[in-house]
Ligand binder design. Sequence first.
Ligand code: NAP
Length: 270
Amino acid sequence: MQGTIGFIGAGAMAEAMISGMLGTGLVSSGQIMASDPSPGRLQLLHDRYGIVTTAANDQVVTESSTVVLAVKPQILREVVEALCGTWRQEQLVISIAAGITLTDLEAWLPPGTPVIRTVPNTPCLVGEGATVLSMGSAAVEHHRVLAETIFGAVGIALTMPEQYLDAVTGLSGSGPAYIYLVIEALADAGVRVGLPRDVGLMLAVQTVVGAAKMVKNTGGHPAQLKDMVTSPGGTTIAGLHVLERGGLRGLLMDAVMTARDRAVELRGKT
Ligand SMILES: NC(=O)c1ccc[n+]([C@@H]2O[C@H](COP(=O)([O-])OP(=O)(O)OC[C@H]3O[C@@H](n4cnc5c(N)ncnc54)[C@H](OP(=O)(O)O)[C@@H]3O)[C@@H](O)[C@H]2O)c1
């Protein structure tokens, strides 16, 4: 990839993206720069990845062709507006800040700045993220391709209109926590039926990974894959019966809807 990518805010998500991009060979360490107020954090990222680091956000803006805004949402406006006069119009600005809309970003940046808003999730930290991107009014096709390439280095990336982003937050943004709960419950269930806890957890994790890969790699419909392992009068249908009676499907749907509604509510307060 050509150009340089600068991160304003060098926390967990920035590191996940830096690590992913370097791991796939998308960019070299000399093409990445990051700024952060913590000297220890900057030293660590420099030592670990060989990237250029600085305490000065304006240096990142001046020296990068693409800038990723990776600070907490509460301070984003202050950080962006403090850099007024430094932004260049040909620069792509990508925000990963939860709940900050394209309208906000475009109002805080100079008119005409190409902006892309994203909703990534924590599995980006292990290269298995799910990120949805929305393009601002000045962003064009090559910006989309660039942003999808960057987030594609840490998982899957797709572009959708911004109106979907609250729904995305409710599903893939909050979704890892739902699955952690399922994994923990399955491990507890293993203990309940007499397995050592470490074995229960190991089996629960691998079962979730395996089932997800079956859906992803075979392209089979989940219902078809379920039917394949459900023999008449067998053990699996007995277990499924309990999950259906308990309303697992409805509960998961309610969880996604409620998280989506909460995203809307929180956005209203920013
Ligand atoms: N983590 C996730 O799973 C996730 C998922 C989706 C979206 N996001 C979004 O990603 C963004 C970053 O989240 P994160 O989890 O990476 O948070 P984080 O680990 O706290 O990283 C934010 C970094 O920004 C630094 N910072 C604070 N003030 C700054 C300033 N004025 N200029 C430059 N850097 C500054 C912080 O330093 P100090 O710690 O010293 O203050 C910290 O290192 C957030 O907007 C969040 O909504 C995160």
